[in-house]
Design a binder for this molecule. Structure first.
Ligand code: SAM
Length: 420
């Protein structure tokens, strides 16, 4: 096995030589957060692994062809001003994306691994059996709205921990502890070095080591603002529920008009040493204009670079034709810096400058699920390590991070894990 592949197996990140592109396996990268569990590859990758029996094409590619035909059939029309800017952005990104994709297609060893990413672990260890048959996934989005929401509690089972000996000797006794805490509008913390299993209503969840979540609607986000900015965050990743026309999206989670995001307290969440801010955006030109002209200035964020997330299938091909206007096979991550007024400029110089136009290639997971970017960004985060990290509008948890949103436990349910 090559060194690059063995690094990939450990870290989930494969760096192409002489390139600004990387391939990520989110399952491997996320598994660094867990001690007793593993993320289940078959639960993480519900799409893009369809095997095509001879003569049949997959639903995804037939949909993509239908779209392509539909777009081709449309009479060519003169682009309006916004579409021209969008097209120019695409033309600039196009050669970078093609080059990155060529790098992937040249790595035959990696391509072999890709086709097996979904079936790497033994499925017999899956936690599917711990999920009661017929129990649907919990809709936290709905539950948080009912009048009983403040009364709902989650039980954290801290078990099989070794208690250190009072005189500093080797650990001597095992103990088990249960903590029952309000699940909404409350910071729930696992400060231990081990995964913790939690119970809520009829479902069970895995809380990674040294992580926390705060489950609330936007109106309560101010509760996360630290009294002391020395306890603020150095890395802030944001994936807002942008409005778009997709009916599919509407049924997955609620969206918000752009103006709601202007009030996100990014500066107040920022650490004294400053923060790297990473914002996921869609390819709609109207949204890009809003972020550049209104949102970043309102947050006090200075734009520094753009990354692209190129989405591929298990055979390495792009999920859609690169030039499909309304269904590009890539999304953008905009990076900026946020400083508090009295920031020590030495802290900024401690972080490596971010190189523009980096490309992250991965096979998409569930609808709208983004690949983890913490590992790639960490070198560019200002301040002392370990960095304090937060994800806003999160649907999952990561060791060392705080996850905020109206459903940060969504992908923490036991059905998404296998026991180690
Ligand atoms: N980054 C996530 C992932 O990789 O799975 C996807 C985030 S998704 C684009 C946006 C999230 O924001 C959804 O979980 C949605 O329920 C949540 N959301 C929508 N409206 C919200 C609100 N008013 N307050 C808090 N969260 C909200």
């Amino acid at each position: 096995m090559t060194d690059k592949l063995s690094t990939f197996f450990d870290s989930g990140i494969y760096r192409f030589d002489n390139s600004n592109a990387v391939f990520i396996d989110p399952v491997r990268e996320m598994n660094r957060s867990y001690t007793r569990f593993r993320v289940s590859p078959s639960a993480y990758y519900p799409r893009f692994f369809e095997s095509k029996p001879a003569g049949q094409e997959s639903k995804v590619s037939s949909n993509s062809r239908k779209r392509k035909r539909k777009e081709k059939k449309k009479k060519p029309h003169a682009l309006n001003e916004r579409e021209k800017i969008a097209d120019q952005r695409h033309q600039e990104a196009r050669p970078l994306l093609l080059k990155a994709h060529e790098c992937l297609m040249r790595e035959t060893d990696l391509l072999d691994v890709l086709s097996n990413l979904r079936s790497d672990f033994d499925s017999s260890r899956g936690c599917g059996d711990s999920v009661l048959p017929g129990v649907p996934e919990q809709s936290f989005v709905e539950l948080a709205r009912v009048w009983q929401a403040p009364l709902y509690e989650i039980t954290l089972n801290f078990d099989q921990h070794e208690k250190p000996n009072a005189d500093g000797g080797s650990p001597i006794m095992r103990y088990s502890e249960q903590r029952v805490l309000p699940i909404f509008d409350n910071l729930v913390l696992n400060e231990t070095g081990d995964d913790v299993e939690a119970e809520f209503l009829n479902s069970r969840y895995v809380i990674p080591r040294e992580s926390s979540f705060y489950m609330s609607y936007l109106g309560q986000i101010h509760n996360l603002i630290p009294a002391d900015s020395g306890c603020g965050f150095n890395l802030i990743v944001i994936d807002p529920p942008w409005e778009n026309g997709s009916a599919r999206q509407k049924s997955r989670y609620p969206t918000l008009p752009n103006r709601y995001f202007l009030s996100l307290p990014i500066k107040q969440l920022t650490h004294t040493d400053g923060a790297l801010v990473a914002l996921w955006v869609t390819n709609r030109e109207k949204l890009r204009g809003f972020v550049e002209k209104e949102l970043f200035p309102a947050w006090g964020v200075r734009y520094v670079a753009s990354f692209f997330w190129l989405k591929v299938k298990a055979d390495g091909s792009m999920i859609n034709d690169l030039d499909l206007f309304h269904h590009r096979p890539y999304e953008c991550l905009l990076l900026g810096q946020c400083h508090r007024e009295a920031m020590d400029s030495k802290c900024l110089s401690k972080s490596k400058p971010v190189q523009d136009n980096q490309i992250i290639i991965s096979i998409p997971g569930d609808y709208s699920r983004k690949p983890p970017v913490g590992g790639l960004l960490m070198d560019h985060v200002p301040g002392f390590k370990p960095a304090r990290c937060i994800e806003l509008f999160a649907r999952e948890m990561i060791s060392g991070w705080t996850s905020w949103g109206n459903e940060p436990l969504h992908f923490q349910e036991l059905r998404y894990f296998v026991r180690d």
